[in-house]
Design a protein around this ligand. Structure first.
Ligand code: MG
Length: 161
């Protein structure tokens, strides 16, 4: 059997009253926040689901139920650390990850470098192993109406042992 495992993740969070968004662990000033049980970091949630998917380990909701008060306002980097620990425990290494952040607003381009660095720090991987892209939906659909943000994530893992 191949040592390679592919995983995909998708997540959406709606905007609500607030003054910032958390994306890839970066605090981005904005005139709204994310409606969420945790800190709403939709990019990390999609990335975690891609990792869990590649490992055949279910999804983020199974590992961190949103009915659990312990996860209220939780820093989503804790979720990512859990997924990375599981990846290492199961003998997997990251080959690469590719994320597409779909948002009409705010403009994410100025934040992509810092967001990428946060992910590289979490994985302790090289810059070339992680790619972040930002796109709009040309004002179509819920992201286009500026009701929230969606993120797609793909990962490739390689089994070491
Ligand atoms: Mg989520």
């Amino acid at each position: 059997m191949s040592k390679l495992r592919i995983g995909q993740g998708f997540d959406v969070h709606a905007f609500c009253t607030g003054d910032h968004l958390m994306l890839c662990g970066q605090r981005i000033p904005f005139n709204q926040g994310f409606a969420a049980h945790s800190d709403g970091d939709v990019a990390i949630h999609a990335l975690c689901d891609a990792l869990y998917g590649a490992m055949a380990e279910g999804d983020i909701g199974q590992h961190f139920p949103d009915t659990d008060p312990a996860h209220k306002n939780r820093d989503s980097r804790d979720f990512l650390d859990h997924a990375i620990d599981l990846m290492q425990d199961k003998g997997f290494a990251l080959v690469n990850a590719d994320l597409t952040l779909i948002a009409q607003r705010p403009k994410l381009m100025p934040h992509l470098a810092a967001m990428k660095q946060t992910l590289c720090d979490s994985f302790q991987c090289a810059a070339e192993q992680i790619n972040l892209k930002a796109t709009t939906t040309e004002k179509l659909g819920f992201t286009g109406r500026e009701e929230g943000i969606a993120v797609l994530a793909s990962v490739l893992l390689e089994k070491n042992a």
